[in-house]
Write a protein of this length. Structure first.
Length: 241
């Protein structure tokens, strides 16, 4: 994990202790971050802190996030997983909600996730039924499917029955997240979270959501090699620490 000195707080305005920390890892998401934050229900904002974890964006992501009222935290550009872990460590809320900042996930559905979060529960968004019913959207997301099917097929062999295991919109208690001791710095973070939650016997609940094509172009790189390393944990039946 990176030294604390590499983390720069750009905007702190949260007063008191929030119940929930909404963590949004971003890199060059000026096109979608404002909408992502604006769609969060007012009632949720009143009891939550919004942490935008920015990997040193080259565009106006930080400016747009601050305009929307978020606290922006700058970190080195080491990947989505790293950004999520930094956000969780700095979070003041008891509940953690993760989502992407590209406008693809329904921020307005956060209350549904919080309603299901309780001790020992990992809540994951499930967009598969919606994607399958929208041929145009399915075409736009076809590049995600090889990794999706690989993960789902391996998971099913070990009793982890998830329709959308790579979904980036999820919620969990902070204490449970930290207990998982996640190590992935890239996009394999969701896969590792699912595997370790199963190993720790946390209940995993999927919440149906609708998604839309992302705004702008993602600069996060999908590290397929690191993804395969995590899947190897299941294939070899090694104990997840």
């Amino acid at each position: 994990m990176q030294k604390e000195s590499s983390v720069t707080l750009v905007n702190q305005h949260i007063v008191g202790e929030p119940e929930t920390s909404i963590i949004i890892p971003v890199l060059n998401e000026e096109a979608g971050i404002r909408e992502t934050i604006d769609r969060i229900p007012k009632a949720v904002k009143e009891t939550s802190e919004i942490l935008v974890i920015d990997g040193l964006s080259d565009d106006e992501t930080v400016v747009e996030a601050e305009k929307a009222g978020a606290e922006v935290i700058l970190v080195e550009r080491l990947g989505k997983g790293y950004a999520m872990q930094i956000g969780a460590e700095l979070a003041k809320g008891e509940n953690l909600v993760f989502l992407d900042g590209d406008g693809s996930y329904p921020s307005e559905d956060i209350p549904r996730f919080l309603k299901k979060v309780k001790t020992g529960v990992l809540v994951i968004g499930n967009a598969v039924p919606f994607i399958k019913s929208r041929k145009t959207l399915l075409e736009k997301m076809k590049l995600l499917y090889p990794s999706f099917w690989l993960t789902q097929n391996v998971f099913s062999r070990y009793g982890i029955n998830l329709q959308d295991p790579l979904n980036g919109m999820r919620a969990i208690k902070k204490k449970d997240f930290l207990r998982l001791k996640l190590a992935s710095r890239g996009f394999a973070i969701e896969t590792e979270m699912d595997i370790k939650a199963f190993a720790f016997k946390l209940n995993i609940v999927e919440v149906p959501i609708q998604i839309v094509p992302r705004k702008g172009e993602s600069k996060f790189l999908f590290n397929f090699r690191s993804h395969l390393k995590i899947l190897h944990l299941l294939r070899s039946k090694k104990r997840v620490p």
